[in-house]
Write a protein that binds this ligand. Structure first.
Ligand code: MD6
Ligand code: FE
Length: 217
């Protein structure tokens, strides 16, 4: 009785939060897929370990990254780009697992972007203190496709600004299983992540993992 009541309340609670035109936060959307996502993540990590890359300006990023799919986002002294091979190993990036692709497509559809076909997934790993400064995602070929961003593990404060770097960002607390989808008029919005607070997550310990799905090519 109590459980049924809880489920019927959960269904009507606002799990969808509009952030801006074209940007929506789907709270808990990835939770049913959690086990499959974490299993696939472990396999990717074994083939293409997380590493902290260097910006073209020579600063080492606090966030560690890896990729899967056709091509991976990389940064080094020569710039930002998508590369078909992992520069650490020379091997192609691991293929995009079905569990990843299915979730990204479903979230995009839920957000009004039916037909999204991601070919690349950048995987970010934050440990306490790691942050990402305000940036635009603009290394993809086609800005008509949205980006789907999945948060796992420790909560983080996501900073979501406007089309100008100087637009004051809004702050959203992203928790385990939350998914942000943005595209259309928001596709080039500035965004970032505040320094990760320490904590302990049951599945991911002292880490936050973010999967960002793109159509890169
Ligand atoms: C992060 N996310 O949440 C960093 N980019 O760890 C991003 O940089 C991002 O969440 C484009 C779209 C959604 C995002
Ligand atoms: Fe980004």
């Amino acid at each position: 009785m109590t459980a049924d009541l809880f489920e019927s309340v959960a269904e009507v609670l606002p799990s969808r939060q509009a952030m801006a035109e074209g940007a929506v936060l789907l709270r808990g959307f990835a939770r049913p897929a959690e086990a499959g996502l974490l299993a696939a993540l472990r396999q990717i990590e074994a083939q293409a370990p997380f590493r902290r890359m260097f910006t073209p300006g020579g600063h080492q990023m606090s966030v560690a990254m890896t990729n899967c799919g056709c091509c991976g986002w990389v940064t080094d002294a020569s710039g930002y780009r998508y590369d078909g091979a992992d520069p650490e190993s020379g091997n192609p990036w691991p293929a995009m697992p079905a569990a990843f692709r299915d979730l990204a497509e479903a979230a995009a559809r839920e957000a009004g972007f039916a037909g999204f076909a991601p070919d690349a997934c950048l995987i970010n790993r934050y440990e306490p203190g790691a942050r990402m400064s305000l940036h635009q995602d603009r290394d993809e070929k086609d800005f008509a496709a949205p980006i789907v961003s999945v948060s796992l593990g420790l909560p983080a404060i996501f900073l979501f600004g406007g089309l100008k770097r100087t637009d004051r960002p809004q702050r959203y607390r992203l928790e385990h299983g939350d998914v942000v989808v943005w595209g259309g008029p928001s596709r080039l919005s500035f965004h970032g992540v505040a320094p990760l607070a320490d904590g302990e997550h049951p599945a991911l310990a002292r880490r936050r993992i973010n999967l960002t799905f793109r159509k890169a090519r």
